[in-house]
Design a protein around this ligand. Sequence first.
Ligand code: ATP
Ligand code: MG
Length: 391
Amino acid sequence: MYPLLLVRYGELSLKGRNRKTFEDLLITNIRAALGDLPHGRITKTFGRIYVETKDNWEELAARLQQVFGIVSLSPVVRRGLDLEEIKEGASLVVQDTPGQTFKVETRRACKDFPLSSPELSRTLGGHLLKSFPHLKVDVHNPDFIVKVEVRSEGAFIYSKVIPCLGGLPAGSSGKGLLLLSGGIDSPVAGFLSMKRGVDVEGIHFHSYPFTSQQSKEKVVELARILASYNARGRFRLWIAYFTEIQKALHKGSYPSLSVTLMRRFMLRIAARLAQREGALALITGDSLGQVASQTMESIHTINAVTSLPVFRPLIGLDKQEIVEIAVRIGTYETSILPYEDCCTVFVPKNPATKPSLRQVERAEGELDVEGLIAEALEKTELVELYPGKAF
Ligand code: ATP
Ligand code: MG
């Protein structure tokens, strides 16, 4: 019954000269997200996008709710600029809307229509009261609002407004490399970066045989879930070989520094890969103070190995807030599967919470840092993930 989906996008309209590029990218992403689902034309007019449906608006809307850049959606009835047609369209919308009280709001962009906005709202209100005896008007706190937009290309009538993800279109902000563990946090950090348009690739450090094949597959599954939100609907995951580094750190004489040293290796390797692959920032799931490696002192000492910007989108979030996002985006259930991560296998009893640069540099003096990095990079493999498809 709804032949059109109205797609609203907010922030894009602020982008001045870039606006057209952003809109075109959003439309490309919408097309890709709808993919195999039947739909009609996708058109852009005056700061909004319309998608013609094939009587399947709910199915289309569910896909579009995963597309960054869309603020909200409304299934819409479109009628000619004729009062009787608009009345009939408004009745259709009301039939499909639960609630006892309502009001009508009209916006008239096309001044050729003979009735003013308040006149049209009143006329339609009267018509709906007559047609639906159970309804009452409540202008202050109605159960639903019948919205009517009168434009030169027709009258658009709707009541539902479905909130969407917001953000910027996937792929509008350049490439970033996410350090993706099997935990709850890093997939959420990836999602929030994608929300701001970053084309996210992932790097996972795997320490087989100290960590199992299943722990790797869990990360692959997380990457697959993230793919549906990412640029071009795919996620490139680099699986880095971390076993020799773990062994070297385990043998070292500074157990309380091993997590700090491990993170410094991770950042160094990620930074090299980022440079090679044209990523301009690294992304981690750190949240300030969450664990010993995420105190200010630890972050400062770990961060010192790279001059690339390191995005930490979760820095100000509590665990519970992170969990809520993980549940919403569909990564939580996979993240809590019980397979061990390289950090859990080698965690020391008393990790340093205030590791200084001098201490870690002294410890690294005992290691073949360059050789270990080169070996890890050389044995790094790429997996490309697409939503719903096995790799
Ligand atoms: P959680 O805290 O939910 O266990 P996490 O992913 O945040 O999961 P932490 O131990 O807190 O795990 O690690 C902090 C950050 O370091 C992660 O968010 C991630 O960005 C990075 N990281 C940790 N382990 C790995 C790994 N094996 N591969 C890639 N990145 C990792
Ligand atoms: Mg964490």
